[in-house]
Design a protein around this ligand. Structure first.
Ligand SMILES: Cc1cc2nc3c(=O)[nH]c(=O)nc-3n(C[C@H](O)[C@H](O)[C@H](O)COP(=O)(O)O)c2cc1C
Length: 163
């Protein structure tokens, strides 16, 4: 039997469609915010999501330590905001990587006010395997600032993360 062709594996895995989100977390002093595409719903009842976060990132450390995070969903025309969160987190002038935010009502995790959709999560399970840590988490609050906003499809931007 032939081994897996890495080029085919890459193209096949990149055929999974994703949005783009800003995952945020804080312990009240430290902040982390990261642009992430590896996000999916995982259960209706209870409402669960799963996210895969780079194991050696500040976001994985804070979400792991606090057991909570928020997911801010980017709109189709918000790639500029997404790009600001592919870099390390800078908290300056009360803004996260240049973006205004407010504390989420349930967990205090930063909600980026420019994002039309958000949900706050409490971690229920953590899978530490490979180079990303998977957090399974219950959605404990959610909000919609503008339901007319079309969420981004990462593929449409020409960017990708995966494969
Ligand atoms: C298109 C794109 C999608 C990304 N998706 C994820 C993701 O799903 N999970 C993740 O941990 N990092 C993802 N990243 C990387 C993080 O945005 C980036 O490594 C992180 O914000 C930098 O924080 P650090 O300095 O703490 O590593 C993605 C990057 C790009 C360019």
């Amino acid at each position: 039997m032939a081994g897996m062709d890495p080029a085919q594996k890459k193209v096949a895995l990149r055929a999974i469609n994703y949005g783009l989100h800003v995952l945020t977390s804080t312990d009240g002093g430290e902040y982390a915010a990261s642009g992430v595409n590896w996000v999916s719903q995982a259960s209706f009842e209870p409402p669960l999501v799963m996210v895969a976060v780079k194991a050696d990132s500040g976001a994985a450390a804070l979400a792991g330590r606090t057991g909570s995070f928020a997911v801010n969903v980017l709109g189709a025309d918000q790639l500029d905001i997404g790009k600001a969160f592919f870099r390390s987190t800078v908290m300056e002038d009360g803004m996260l990587n240049g973006q205004p935010f407010e504390p989420g009502p349930a967990t205090g995790s930063p909600l980026i006010t420019a994002c039309a959709y958000w949900f706050e999560c409490r971690v229920t399970d953590t899978v530490e395997r490979g180079d990303h840590t998977v957090f399974v988490a219950e959605v404990v609050d959610a909000g919609v600032r503008d339901d007319a906003v079309t969420p981004m499809v990462l593929r449409d931007t020409g960017m990708n993360y995966g494969g």
